[in-house]
Design a protein around this ligand. Structure first.
Ligand code: COA
Length: 156
């Protein structure tokens, strides 16, 4: 059975992330969406809140699981018998960061490879922090995030 991990901060999950996931589930038998820790970030939502939002937004997929892990994503992948990490690329500016991340991951364990999906044109400007900033300034973000996430953002 082929298995991949889709790691990220998902603070919160957006339609851009869901677009990447919708394509990854066609390639792998199972995909684990993993809320991982980027130590350089301050988060809007707790890991538990992010996991719950992802579960709700991905419940239509039978082959998607959601988890949280504090350590290295390649270690999680190895422990859970996954062979690949999934990431999305939105623009050339993502490339340098992703290249460094991929190199660090390869340094830890080169048996776990990475697969990149290009974001669709209409999703390439979306980021979690941009969505939160728009929402804080009263802009409707319901077309950029799943409906359940939109409700939570509005409450917040
Ligand atoms: N659609 C929408 N947004 C997208 C996107 C897409 N297709 N692709 C990327 N983004 C956005 C995210 O919304 C996020 O926006 P934000 O910065 O405004 O929050 C940004 O791009 C990048 O976030 P994300 O993809 O969630 O990754 P990250 O940089 O926050 O975290 C980890 C990367 C968590 C995967 C990485 O830090 C990690 O693996 N951590 C665990 C420790 C580890 O193994 N480190 C590696 C060795 S050093």
């Amino acid at each position: 059975m082929s298995k991949a991990i889709y790691p990220g901060s998902f603070d919160p999950i957006t339609n851009g992330h869901l677009d990447i996931l919708s394509r990854a589930v066609k390639v792998f038998d199972e995909v684990v969406v993993l809320v991982a820790v980027n130590p350089e970030k301050h988060f809007n939502f707790t890991p538990e809140e992010r996991v719950e939002m992802i579960k709700e937004a991905t419940k239509q997929y039978k082959n998607v699981k959601v988890d949280f892990y504090k350590g290295l994503t390649v270690e999680y992948a190895k422990k859970n018998h996954a062979t690949h990490l999934i990431r999305g690329l939105r623009a050339v500016s993502d490339f340098e960061y992703e290249f460094q991340l991929a190199s660090a991951n390869e340094h830890v364990d080169s048996s776990i490879d990475m697969i990149f999906f290009m974001a669709r044109g209409d999703k390439s400007f979306i980021s979690s922090s941009a969505i939160m900033e728009l929402a804080r300034n009263g802009i409707d973000v319901s077309d950029l995030v799943p409906p359940s996430v939109s409700k939570i953002i509005n409450k917040k």
